[in-house]
Design a protein around this ligand. Structure first.
Ligand SMILES: [Zn+2]
Length: 235
């Protein structure tokens, strides 16, 4: 090689190697890991978001997770919660994680600050929608979120069963909604304008039926396997 290309050839070769290495290390996708319930870990390789996680493992008989899941949380992450029910939020687990790994926490209690995250996270904005979540007639403070990250629109419904908010949003790339919102939208003929709809927050006994229902769907995907990853390519 030295003989054929000379010193300049070697330098060009090394430069190309470095260039391809650096472009390789830059992730061209948003990776979303399904942790359980509405719990998601979203990363572009630089910023780490945890949505509705950590919650209380097994709360209300919903999905459990191993302690290792808490240990694997990245340092200085941004935690965003739709509401404070224990299948979405655990004060105890969050306190432990923040003590060890630092990070920022957002939810219904500091929406104004949350909506300013775009000032510090590159190529990112988030809009919060106050959405209804009633259990036994009691209303809980609850928000759904629309994230725009690297030009991709990700909608996080949380627990709401109301279709009016999601029904007004156009051109979503990935919408994460619980089965009951999917069902309500279908019954009310409300179009969910999303390229992909992830059905999350399934009871363990609902996992097999959901896989059955959506087995031939190209744009509805039931989140049934904890730890599975979704990739959204960034152009
Ligand atoms: Zn709830």
């Amino acid at each position: 090689m030295t003989k054929r290309f000379g010193l300049r050839g070697i330098i060009v070769f090394i430069t190309l190697c470095l260039f391809s290495f650096s472009s390789f290390s830059q992730i061209k996708e948003i990776q979303i890991e399904f942790i359980g319930n509405c719990g998601l870990h979203m990363t572009d390789g630089t910023t780490n978001f945890y949505i509705d996680f950590p919650y209380k493992s097994g709360a209300f008989n919903y999905m459990e997770f191993e302690n290792a899941e808490l240990d694997s949380i990245k340092d200085n992450s941004i935690f965003i919660f739709t509401h404070k029910h224990s299948d979405h939020y655990s004060k105890k687990n969050l306190k432990k994680v923040l003590k060890e790994k630092k990070g920022q926490t957002y939810g219904p209690w500091n929406i104004a600050e949350l909506e300013q995250l775009g000032e510090t996270v590159p190529d990112f904005s988030i809009k919060a929608f106050k959405t209804e979540h009633k259990v036994f007639g009691i209303s809980f403070k609850h928000y759904s979120y629309l994230i725009n990250w690297h030009g991709k629109k990700i909608y996080l419904s949380g627990d709401t069963g109301k279709t009016e908010t999601i029904g007004k949003i156009s051109d979503i790339d990935w919408a994460f909604i619980p089965y009951w919102l999917y069902k309500n939208a279908k019954d009310q003929n409300v179009l969910i304008d999303a390229k992909m709809v992830g059905i999350y927050h399934l009871y363990p006994v609902e996992v097999a039926p959901a896989e059955q229902i959506f087995q031939n769907s190209e744009d509805h995907y039931p989140l049934t396997k904890q730890g599975e990853r979704i990739s959204i390519k960034i152009e």
